[in-house]
Design a binder for this molecule. Sequence first.
Ligand code: ARG
Length: 478
Amino acid sequence: MEGIDDQDATMKRKNASPISRSGRFSEGPSADVAAFTESVSFDWRLWRQDLLGSMAHAAMLQRIGILSKKELRAIVKGLDQLGAEIAAGQFQWDAALEDVHMNLEAKLTRRVPAAAKLHTGRSRNDQVALDMRLWVLDEIHALLKAIRHLQKALVELGEANAEVIIPGYTHLQRAQPVALAHHLLAYVEMFQRDISRLVDCHRRTNVCPLGSGALAGSTLPLDREFVARQLGFVDQRGRPQITQNSLDAVSDRDFLVEFCAAAALLAVHLSRLAEDLVLWAGTEFNFIRLGDAFTTGSSLMPQKRNPDVAELARGKSARVIGNLVALLTLLKGLPMTYNRDLQEDKERLFDTADTIRATLRVVAAMLRDSRVNKAACAAAASDPQLLATDLADYLVRKGMPFRQAHHAVGTVVALAEKLGKPLNQLSLPEFQSVEKRFDRDVHSLFDLPRALARREMTGAPGPREVRRQLARWRKRLS
Ligand code: ARG
């Protein structure tokens, strides 16, 4: 039974007792329980938001007569000082004080006696809801910037290779020719939708929960609108945005789910782009050469240039998707209102934000350091089969119903295969042996630039349209 004794030893009582236990409790939690329940090891990252929230709350308490001007000044000065110490890495976080909120309040109260009034009309429940909202709002701003950088890198790579044509693929089979820039711009479109989802999430996150207390507001005449305005929770017309139900406000984490969902889809888009780069950098495609800084060698095979960075960009999407599922699972069975389970939201959020931002950064840098292999692209795009659909359209222009034209061209492709010739090397009599409406101009269909120039409607990969789209994005992103 030695093992059990050992366990008991780790369960020995600790003296430190956080503020939340003062009065009611005769002893502190065991070291094991304290380690199990603490969150300061990760939620210290909310310090800036926590200090801002305390400043706004203190200013409001002074307005309603709970703090004197002098007390407010002392508190604000103390909070400023804490911020400076944390920023300088001089603050000692104490796990015995559980979380960021109690660490900051305890330290402040030790220095500024008036800070004992700071928690008036406030609970950690509305405090943490506030901090998380402020943190997400900041993160969305940073993320939008990072996405725009990536979009710019895609547009620039497209502009630098505006004349390069590659096969477009379905089922990873060569389908029809497209401009390489058209392929890159497809991702720019996806990332723009990611931006709009984040902007939408910002709107719903931008609502102040402070004043909701533990769950049922406060008996004191708190000025919630004032606090909201102080913290920038305002709409476009400057009107304060505050939550309308205290129970909802302390237990709602919809904004985190929305953020993590938008991030998960963004991660999926990054993963797809990364997969294209892995393919393109592979020997079989060879469309692109990734910079040395973004490839690694093999410990065994000297010839290798492995696209590890792109592979990790693809792989990291797994954890971002996992974080979303973890959050949804965390929330689904919670009774109203606040439950400590909610503390588990933080690491999922931080991990999502860190992962997605790092991925955006390296993928943008990788694109900037990539070179398009024009010869390999030209060789792949010269496959005449890419223009089989153009042959069908040719017959349609001569009055043939498309289904029949499709059938006729299928027969032509089979004939070329049987004769062991590329499609464009069939003679006119051979074309006409399948369908009389093929005429002398049939071979001109295989001129690739002309084939692309036939695709100039909005959203199509023709050179004029692609240049127009590049210019539109260039303007939009500048
Ligand atoms: N660390 C806690 C969290 O992240 C803060 C709120 C604590 N509230 C409570 N009633 N224990 O959720």
